[in-house]
Design a protein around this ligand. Structure first.
Ligand code: PLP
Length: 434
C-alpha cells in the first residue's frame, strides 16, 4: 500500500519509508491511499474473538501487503500482551481502560507496535548497523517510546527531556531502564529538547555517521494501531448486548487517538458518533462550532497531555473527511472543560460510583454524561491510570491514590541520565563520540 502526504506535494511513500521518515518531505502527514472495509463475517463474529485476533485482522487491513503474514501476527501479538477492558461506570456509560500497559497509558500500544515494525524493516535490510531513535519529551511520550522500544534489538533510543520539568513519576519511567535506552537530561525547556532533535536530523555530518530516526506520535506506525482497541471495545460491548447506538468519546490533544477511531469507523466499525473531549485548549471545539481553524499557543491545565494548541492530526481528520466541515460535524461533536469542571467531575464520579478517573478520562466521562441520549450507550477512553497524576488527583478527592506495582517498580530503579547543555554542539559531540 502507498502512503500520500496530507499536503499533497510529496511523492507517495512505501510503508517502510513512512515509518522510517515519519513526516513527509512537504511536512505533511502520511495517509494510507486506501482504507479497507472489514468483511461482514468479521463483525458477526467479533464478540467471540480475542483482542489479539481482532487486532491482527485490523492490522492486516492496512499492513498485509507490506509485511509478511507471520511477522505481522507476531508484531501484533507481542504488542498486545496486556488487556484493554471495558468497565461500567454508571448507567449506560462505560470506561475503556487503556492503562494496563507498561507505562499505564494508551501510548504504549502505538509505541510498542512501532518499535516492532521498525525492527522488522531493519531486519529486512539485512544490516548490522544500529538505528538510533531520537525523541524529545515533556513527559509521557518519552516513557511510552522508551518502554515500547526497550530490549528491541538493533535500535537504540535517546530520550531528551528538560531538567527539572517532568514529574518524578514520569522521569523514572525512562531514566531507570538501561539496556538500549539512554536518557539525556537537557539544561533547558521542552522546546530546547525538540530543537536539538530537529537539528540532529538536519546535520549532514551526524547523519553520515549514524542512522537517525524519530518516534514521533504522527508516525503511521504509532497512529494506526490505536484503531485496535476501538474494535475490541465494540466486541466487549456486543458480548453484553450493549453495542447498539454506540457513542465513543475520546479525550483529545493532538487528535491521533480519536483519528484512529475515525479510521475504525471508515473500516466499518458500527459507531454511531464520536465526541472529542477537550480541556481548555479548545481549538478543535471552536472549529466544529465555526468552521474556522485558528491554532494558538497551548494553555497549561491539569489534563496536561491534552495541552495542545495546534493539534497535529487535524490535518489527517480534515483530509479523511474531504476537507468538509459539514462531513466532520456529521460524525464528531465536541466538548471543552475547565480545570474546575475536570476536578468536579473526578470528585463526583468517585463519590457516586467509586470509579476513579484521571483528569483526561474525566473530560471523556463528562462529555458523555452531558451529551448521551437515552437510547445510546457511551464509552469513553480512559487514557491513563489516575496514579500517573497522583498529586492532582489526591488533591481533588482528598484521599490517597494507590500506586500500581508496575509504576512502583520504576520508582525503585536507579535513575541514570546524561546531563547536557541545550547547545547543539554539545549534543553533536556526544553523539559523534558514542
Ligand atoms: C497523549 C494523551 C492524550 C491525548 O491523545 P492525542 O492522541 O494526542 O489526542 C490524552 N490523554 C493522555 C493520558 C495522553 O497521554
Amino acid at each position: 500500500m502507498q502512503y500520500y502526504s496530507t499536503n499533497q506535494k510529496a511523492p507517495f511513500a512505501t510503508l517502510e519509508k513512512a515509518v522510517v521518515k515519519g513526516l513527509a518531505e512537504d511536512k505533511g502527514l502520511y495517509m494510507p491511499e486506501r482504507i479497507n472495509v472489514l468483511p461482514k463475517e468479521f463483525f458477526d463474529n467479533i464478540q467471540d474473538m480475542t483482542f489479539q485476533d481482532i487486532a491482527y485482522n485490523v492490522a492486516a487491513a492496512f499492513f498485509a501487503e507490506d509485511v509478511d503474514e507471520d511477522a505481522l501476527q507476531h508484531i501484533v501479538y507481542e504488542t498486545l500482551n496486556f488487556d484493554c477492558p471495558v468497565v461500567n461506570v454508571n448507567d449506560n456509560i462505560y470506561s475503556l481502560e487503556l492503562f494496563h500497559g507498561p507505562t499505564l497509558a494508551f501510548k504504549d500500544v502505538g509505541a510498542r507496535f512501532m518499535a516492532r515494525l521498525l525492527q522488522y524493516f531493519i531486519r529486512m535490510e539485512n544490516t548490522t548497523e544500529e538505528v538510533n531513535v531520537l525523541v524529545a519529551t515533556s513527559g509521557d511520550t518519552g516513557s511510552a517510546v522508551a518502554n515500547g522500544f526497550l530490549g528491541v534489538e538493533g535500535i537504540h533510543v535517546y530520550v531528551l527531556y528538560p531538567k527539572g520539568k517532568v514529574s518524578p513519576i514520569q522521569e523514572c519511567q525512562f531514566t531507570t531502564l538501561g539496556q538500549n535506552i539512554t536518557a539525556i537530561e537537557v539544561d533547558g525547556v521542552f522546546d530546547d529538547c525538540q530543537a536539538l532533535v530537529k537539528q540532529a536530523f538536519m546535520d549532514a555530518e551526524l547523519n553520515a555517521k549514524m542512522k537517525l530516526t524519530s518516534a514521533n506520535s504522527i508516525n503511521v506506525a504509532r497512529f494506526l494501531p490505536q484503531a485496535f482497541y476501538y474494535f475490541n471495545a465494540y466486541a466487549q460491548l456486543k458480548r453484553i448486548g450493549k453495542a447498539d447506538n454506540l457513542v465513543v468519546c475520546t479525550p483529545s490533544g493532538n487528535f491521533g487517538n480519536i483519528c484512529a477511531g475515525l479510521f475504525a469507523k471508515k473500516m466499518g466499525l458500527p459507531v454511531k458518533r464520536f465526541i472529542a473531549a477537550n480541556n481548555a485548549n479548545d481549538v478543535f471545539y471552536e472549529f466544529l462550532q465555526t468552521g474556522e481553524y485558528n491554532p494558538r499557543p497551548s494553555i497549561q491545565t491539569i489534563a496536561n497531555a491534552m495541552d495542545v494548541g495546534d493539534p497535529s492530526n487535524f490535518a489527517r481528520i480534515f483530509d479523511l473527511y474531504g476537507k468538509s466541515h459539514e462531513a466532520i460535524c456529521s460524525d464528531i461533536s465536541g466538548a471543552t472543560y475547565t480545570d474546575a469542571q475536570i476536578a468536579d467531575t473526578i470528585k463526583e464520579v468517585y463519590r457516586n460510583t467509586n470509579y476513579l478517573c484521571d483528569p483526561h478520562g474525566a473530560c471523556g466521562y463528562r462529555a458523555l454524561k452531558e451529551g448521551l441520549n437515552a437510547d445510546e450507550v457511551g464509552v469513553f477512553l480512559e487514557t491513563a491510570h489516575p496514579a500517573k497524576f497522583k498529586d492532582t488527583v489526591e488533591g481533588i478527592i482528598g484521599s490517597e491514590v494507590a500506586i500500581p506495582d508496575k509504576l512502583a517498580a520504576f520508582m525503585q530503579g536507579e535513575k541514570k541520565s546524561v546531563p547536557l547543555s541545550k547547545d547543539f554542539a554539545d549534543f553533536k559531540t556526544y553523539l559523534m563520540n558514542l
